[in-house]
Design a protein around this ligand. Structure first.
Ligand code: MN
Ligand code: MN
Length: 319
């Protein structure tokens, strides 16, 4: 039985024009304390972990701005996330724009605090560095987690410019720190060029499944996601979605675009295919609106975050 039960609701477009008001994610009230929530949408503005084009510090604002168009019910799956769960935008982490390592510590502390209230976190990035402190907090709360990681890149570099913390290293650190249940990790969308021809093999040596983009081309990913659900099983799992997993024709507003990427229908199939998993957190990272001439990258990101909300445990469908 789906009941609204006074849950925070997105402000409708017939109550205040969609272009008006303060932009929270999907025009949610933005006034809830995490102790009153099932799901916290949280911005993590950070881009000093990027190796090339910066701009993901503006990702949370860009995603919130574009999210004003989204309506509460999913017409494909009939999911009713706001009737089923108490969801609100809890604002941004106070990252330190002058210090990456301090920012990482601040993000971990912020997520530890959110998770203490037993919420599912949905993070708006920010560059992919943010997933390391988030996974540290997840590990502290849930133990090692499974992972569905969508990206053009595996992000398993040992170092970047001699640094061990950067947006291309988080999953190497996560393995070293015991944050992941490696047999329950899948990486989808990997492609393009590497520093060495065997760059992706380190992931496979850890027990990850690596689905390179060529396995995805010209086909539905529904069968793949059946296999992913089988692999990931019943334990806690985290979904990390780097927008550069999409083809740059769809999502040019990102720091490290790579050709031959996922289509938007495939991205929907991946996220919808996570339904039934015990998702304990999600993120959507690497949106850099300054390279985004139409706002469409942030728009797609907002839609994908909405789709994440639709597959969280406890979300029911209206018949
Ligand atoms: Mn990434
Ligand atoms: Mn990437």
């Amino acid at each position: 039985m789906v009941t609204t039960a006074g849950n925070p609701q997105p402000l409708g477009g017939n109550e205040l024009p969609r272009f008006a008001g303060i932009a929270t994610f999907m025009r949610l009230p933005g006034r809830s304390h995490p102790s009153d929530l099932d799901v916290a949408v949280v911005g993590v503005p950070l881009d000093i972990g990027t190796s090339n084009r910066p701009g993901a510090r503006f990702g949370p604002r860009g995603i919130r701005d574009e999210s004003v168009l989204i309506r509460p019910y999913n017409m494909a799956t009939r999911a009713a996330p706001f009737d089923s769960l108490r969801i609100d935008d809890t604002g941004d982490v106070a990252t330190n724009p002058y210090n990456l390592l301090d920012s990482v510590d601040r993000i971990e502390a912020h997520f530890n605090e959110l998770l203490a209230h037993d919420v599912i976190t949905v993070a708006l990035g920010g560059d992919h560095t943010i997933v390391l402190p988030i996974l540290r907090a997840m590990r502290a709360r849930h133990g090692p987690v499974g992972l569905v990681h969508v990206d053009a890149h595996t992000d398993i570099n040992d170092e970047m410019f001699g640094e061990r913390i950067a947006h291309g290293t988080p999953f190497r650190r996560a393995v070293e720190e015991g944050l992941l249940d490696c047999g329950r990790v899948v990486q989808i969308g990997m492609r393009a060029t590497g520093y060495a021809a065997d760059d992706f093999d380190w992931s496979r040596q850890q027990g990850f499944r690596v689905v390179q983009i060529e396995e995805c081309w010209h086909r539905s990913l529904v069968p793949l996601m059946e296999e992913v659900r089988e692999q990931v099983g019943d334990g806690p799992v985290y979904l990390s979605f780097d927008i550069d997993g999409l083809d740059p024709s769809f999502a040019p507003g990102t720091g490290t675009p790579e050709i031959g990427g996922l289509t938007t229908p495939q991205a929907l199939e991946i996220v919808r295919g996570c339904r039934g998993l015990d998702l304990v957190g999600c993120d959507l990272v690497e949106v850099a609106p300054i390279y985004d001439t139409s706002g469409m990258t942030a728009h797609i990101a907002a839609d994908l975050v909405y789709e994440m909300l639709c597959v969280l445990p406890g979300v029911q469908s209206r018949s």
